[in-house]
Design a protein around this ligand. Structure first.
Ligand code: ANZ
Ligand code: ZN
Length: 892
């Protein structure tokens, strides 16, 4: 097999396929599909998350595009009406930053990268619908992104608000909350994020919070982990809104309101409430801060401090108190407290130090350690008892005690209901559902994005750009100079314009949109990417949406998927397409591929990562540090430059060929799991592919038909060995088919291919086997394998005369997916041995092996030979093995 060079195969076949397809695509099967009547075809929209055009494909891309391409080729073989597009998520910061560094235009950089990546994708033999290609930075695309913004605006879902925003001091831009990690750092630059007040554009995703949460239940084919993350992000919380009357001893203070709303999930603790806390931006706080310098100083100080320690601090508002709505005798103090979020609920919280740990600590810190606690919930179970006075009872199960007055004796669940009903009766409270999700801040003070299509006029205010003036094009700049501020604001020809309403001079909005906006709707545009009249055709979108299969990384589990769901539901609601069944959900099935980890070598003493020239790997697989002779630590970790553990897909393809690389990446791990990349293990796949080709040579040489069997010809098994082989292959064929369905599993798929190959190989050594049957099955194997290793399959098919003599222009890739055959009745010969002597041969079907020995005895007794040798014998022992039945009789 040293003669077979796998790396030459894709190089040989790619141009031939391409030529056959007139350069339009690289899979000749499409020609067959196109000539079929599309009416009776079932649609499949198989979408892979489109990449950011960084310039080079990484191993994660190799993995996800292999998965998506194999699925697409399978669908083509099965005659689906398939959409399998590819495009570019091309706006965004990296291009802008790269452009600043190089002193050139981001567009130039982006276009070059797109070209490079497209070429690399072809080297992988991926077959995408390039006729549908889109790039989000193309005016023909972002014209529609702007139109969608205007539609949102028209429907009250886009608005401007002065907001305390997250300011990234390195990238000099505003970030969405989602782009700030739990440590308060920018997801991109890593800088500690600062707060600033700016007018910003928001999209009203919170109006969709309820349906975004509820409709997760329609997504049966999404990983439950992703659904849980979405649910958590939306943060639906069911509770009660309670009204407290506010009064001030100081009659000179005119309160902005005399009722304070609080949101609570524990209304049953109403009689445990010992204080109320307000957020910094609550109207009452704001009012007091105007006259109270100490309060203002308190707020300023805590606004600057880190989150961790400040939660216990409070500032009591002098002379202000509230009244418990269920007991007018209870008057409660009011604090301003940093732990109360201005953006959640009503920015006011009822404090229950006896039943909540945060309230307990706050109370102790502000009122001293002797301040009494009012417990109203008792544990049911003694093991849950607490030391009263020194800790809160925080469990949400229990029984209401005497302190809780009208609730006494009730369970927590019943008390919750009762309190809410009581409050409803006196109009002092009601059931309330809150969501943690905030509206989507989409303004970016950057250049490389879709300009927000709005105009600011001194007389008319904010005016939308009329449809006929779209797109608002990004002005061309030769080079971006620096990272400061908002680049568009510095380009006067862009800023200065005419107000569409009054025609007086006006100014354009100089913000661009968050790139998540570009990617929130691209799956719609793919369906109708050339439409220059509308965002997309309603008819086509109704036909092809939702996406049947969305393949991508789990890193998009929250934001991108949530934004797409929001926009897709909005399209459905305003009638841009109809998707009643799935309530506007854009993705039916979500397949999340795991990360690719690289083999990482580390010096165990220093913890430093080793460069490739700092260690060598021994035959046993250990790694030795060259400088010291010590053994290096080996682990698999996320690939990164700093760990010297990266692998380059293009390099792997040039070394091993596209087929082996694709098969290896799929074989090494189930789709959802982390893939520990080890290039050396590719030899296993290479050995198999060479075996397939060698087997083809052997079968072609032995052919009785002159190698004239056409792909997809069914040859019936004739001999017993044919039948046994048939049934064995049949099991693998079932496995192969299942590997593509519902939850694709490509590591098992390739294991089935290997078993299939071995079975055919073994069968070639048998005497009583029909060559034309083997030949037909070998061609089936090639078709089955072709989604994964198209070049190897084409090369093997070339050995057969059918192609050479009949039609040189025919490719294996034009064949159809083989129809699954049934198993046949096959008989296996058994040597029947009695007391160590072989007496006769008996033939039985495969079910014989599954019977009990007693049943086997009976079956044999019913045969002629059996009667002769076994009748009347007293049997001591029976053994049934494949091919033999052994009897021991009692010695006569
Ligand atoms: C009284 C109470 C008693 C509470 C108790 C908890 C335990 P989720 O589940 O996240 O909705 N809360 C309400 N608004 C808040 C705000 N703006 N900032 C900070 N905390 C706020 O949490 C709801 C609970 O968080 C509410 O229930 C309220 O405290 C607090 F033993 O009310 B609770
Ligand atoms: Zn105007």
């Amino acid at each position: 097999d040293g003669l077979i060079d796998l790396t030459s195969l894709d190089v040989k076949w790619l141009p031939r396929w391409k030529q056959k397809c007139n350069g339009k695509f690289i899979n000749p099967r499409r020609l067959v599909n196109e000539s079929n009547n599309p009416k009776d075809k079932k649609k499949i929209y198989s979408l892979t998350m489109f990449p950011y055009p960084s310039g080079s494909l990484h191993m994660g891309h190799l993995r996800v595009y292999s998965i998506s391409d194999v699925l697409a080729r399978y669908y083509r073989l099965n005659n689906y009406d398939l959409i399998h597009p590819m495009g570019w998520d091309a706006f965004g910061l990296p291009a802008e930053n790269a452009a600043v560094e190089r002193g050139e235009n981001p567009e130039t950089w982006t276009k070059l990268n797109i070209q490079k990546m497209k070429q690399q994708m072809q080297l992988m033999l991926t077959d995408y619908d390039w006729d549908k290609e889109i790039s989000t930075c193309d005016p023909e695309y972002y014209k529609w992104t702007q139109k969608i913004f205007l539609e949102l605006y028209k429907h009250g879902l886009a608005y401007r608000k002065k907001a305390e925003i997250n300011w990234d001091p390195i990238d000099k831009t505003v970030l969405a909350n989602e782009q700030v990690d739990s440590e308060g750092r920018s997801w991109r630059s890593g800088a500690i994020v600062e707060k600033k007040l700016l007018e910003q554009w928001f999209l009203g995703i919170t109006k969709y919070a309820k349906s975004l949460n509820k409709d997760l239940e329609l997504l049966e084919d999404w990983p439950s982990k992703v659904k849980a993350m979405q649910k958590n992000w939306i943060g639906e919380s069911n509770g009660c809104e309670i009204k407290f009357e506010v009064e001030s001893n100081d009659k000179s203070i005119k309160l902005p309101l005399n009722i304070l709303d609080v949101f609570t999930t524990r209304p049953e603790t109403i009689f445990s409430v010992q204080f109320l806390s307000l957020s910094f931006d609550h109207p009452i706080t704001q009012l007091y801060a105007k006259n109270d310098i100490k309060l203002k100083a308190f707020i300023d100080r805590l606004n600057k401090e880190d989150d961790s320690e400040k939660s216990k601090e409070g500032y009591q508002l002098d002379g202000l108190y509230v009244i418990n709505p269920l007991d007018a005798n209870i008057k409660l103090p009011v604090f301003v407290a940093p732990y109360v979020l201005g953006t959640y609920g009503s920015g006011a919280v009822m404090g229950c130090p006896a039943h909540d740990i945060r309230d307990f600590e706050f109370w102790r810190n502000n009122m001293g350690s002797d301040a009494a606690l009012i417990y109203t919930v008792d544990p049911i179970n003694e093991t849950q008892a607490i030391i009263e006075g020194s800790e809160p009872y925080v469990l949400k199960e229990g029984k209401m005690n005497i302190n809780s007055k009208i609730l006494k004796g009730l369970s927590v669940e019943d008390a919750k209901k009762k309190v809410t009903e009581e409050l409803k009766l006196i109009s002092m409270g009601d059931y309330k559902t809150n969501y943690r999700i905030r509206d989507w801040l989409i303004s970016r003070q950057r250049y490389w994005g879709a300009p927000i299509p709005m105009i600011h006029c001194d007389s008319c205010g904010v005016v939308p750009v009329p449809d006929e003036d779209l797109p608002v094009k990004l002005p061309h700049v030769d080079a971006l100079l620096g990272r400061g501020g908002s680049p568009l604001a510095q380009i006067e020809e862009f800023v200065n314009c005419e107000c569409p309403q009054c025609k007086k001079p006006a100014k354009r909005d100089t913000d661009t949109m968050d790139t998540f906006m570009d990617s929130s709707w691209y799956m719609f545009r793919f369906i109708d990417s050339k439409n220059d009249k509308e965002i997309f055709s309603k008819e086509l979108a109704t036909k092809y949406m939702p996406v049947d299969q969305y393949i991508g990384g789990v890193e998009h589990a929250i934001l991108h998927l949530l934004y797409s769901r929001f926009i897709s539901k909005f399209f459905n609601d305003i009638g841009l397409y109809d998707n009643k069944e799935m309530k506007g959900e854009p993705f039916k099935q979500l397949i999340t591929q795991g990360m690719v980890h690289g083999k990482t070598f580390v010096n165990p003493k220093t913890g430093k990562f080793l460069k490739p020239d700092e260690y060598k790997v021994t035959e046993t697989g250990d790694a030795i540090i060259i400088a010291t002779g010590e053994i290096a630590g080996i682990s698999y970790e996320k690939m990164s430059k700093s760990k010297y553990n990266g692998a380059d897909p293009a390099e792997c393809i040039s070394k091993h060929g596209a087929d082996a690389t694709r098969a290896h990446v799929l074989f090494q791990a189930p789709i959802n799991d982390i893939l520990d990349w080890e290039e050396s293990k590719i030899v296993g796949v290479e050995r198999w592919l060479k075996k397939v080709i060698k087997l083809g040579v052997e079968i072609a040489n032995k052919s009785e038909t002159g190698n004239m069997i056409k792909p997809n010809t069914i040859v019936a098994p004739i001999t017993e060995n044919d039948k046994l082989l048939h049934n064995e292959l049949n099991k693998f064929e079932i496995g192969i088919n299942e590997s593509f369905q519902k939850n694709p599993s490509f590591n098992t798929l390739i294991a089935y291919y290997m078993k299939y190959t071995n079975s055919l190989n073994d069968a070639m050594k048998l005497e009583d086997i029909t060559q034309s049957y083997i030949e037909s099955k070998y061609l089936d194997l090639l078709i089955y394998m072709s989604p994964v290793t198209p070049a190897t399959c084409e090369e093997s098919f070339e050995l057969f005369n059918y192609r050479v003599e009949n039609d040189e222009s025919k490719f294996l890739l034009e064949a159809e997916w083989p129809k699954l055959q049934n198993a046949v009745e096959a008989e296996v010969p058994y040597n029947v041995v009695v007391n160590g002597k072989m007496k006769f041969v008996f033939k039985a079907d495969e079910a014989f092996m599954t019977k009990t020995v007693e049943e086997c005895h009976e079956i044999l007794l019913a045969t002629e030979d059996g009667k002769k040798h076994l009748e009347g014998e007293k049997i001591k022992k029976i053994i049934v093995k494949k091919g033999t039945v052994v009897f021991m009789t009692e010695k006569p």
